[in-house]
Design a protein around this ligand. Sequence first.
Ligand code: MTE
Length: 317
Amino acid sequence: MTKPSFKSGIAGSEITRLGLYLRRRELIKTGLAASIGFGLSGLLPYSAAAKDTADGFKTDEKLTPKDSVLTYNNFYEFGTGKSDPSSNSDKFKPRPWVVEVGGMVAKPAKFDIDDLIRKMQIEERVYRMRCVEAWSMVIPWQGFQLSELLKLVEPLGSAKYVSFETAVRPQEMPGISDVFPVIDWPYREGLRLDEAMNPLTLLATGLYGETLANQNGAPVRLVVPWKYGFKGIKSIIKITLTDQQPATAWNMQNASEYGFYANVNPAVDHPRWSQRTETRIGSGSFFSPDRRDTLPFNGYGEQVAQLYSGMNLTKNY
Ligand code: MTE
């Protein structure tokens, strides 16, 4: 498997490898750790474990506290309030779980999520995440590159886009039955194929070293750190390659406010608020919030700006 070819000194990539950390977790899983005395180190706070980085990418930005990542969420299938996903998702069953990958591919396939996790090279990536609502977080994700999954199914030359769909399970997802649904279910998202193949684009299966919680999109969700958070579709059951730009949930809901591209862009305001600055969740205080400037492409411009050369990013918002 090829490693992502990041240029050195790119402040935005902030990629770390699990290295010793994952190996230690593997030992703990298999019960060997206790017998050779590593058991306690596996229980260290995450920040301590995360120092086991094998190579070069570092961030001096503080991780968003795990508690905030687990309780301040958008996942409308469980309700529209920020605490609804953590409060209302305990009935959701993320296993067994099958992801169907098809459309314009030579080898359509259905993957059991745990087979996929075993097959893929699971990496850790600490990404800044910027929500369209002008808040942000820094999250240590675990997952694999979407490109590695797409390579398995062999996209046809005619494929130009990738579309994604979330499960619709009214029995397990109380928000689906809202009388006035905000979203026309299923939640859908899409990327251009070159965006999907970019090494930054991740399918996340965990965060903070733990299996992804229901409220964060268990068992597998998309993470595209240079785009607004709504592109990060959760609990994916279907991935389809196509030659047409796919319909996306928020664009269908209000096309003038939510574009297909959704690249983080401080120069283009949301019609109802500015995108110039953001509030970092879990940092600062009520009286003195941690407010900072938003960066073009959320700071990942060196890796992705070339994908949009020649495009008018005000029109293609
Ligand atoms: N995926 C689904 N299926 N349903 C949703 O409502 N919300 C999106 C995105 N993915 C959403 C979704 C939005 S608006 C954001 S900001 C991110 O998930 C939030 O991810 P987090 O709660 O893990 O931070």
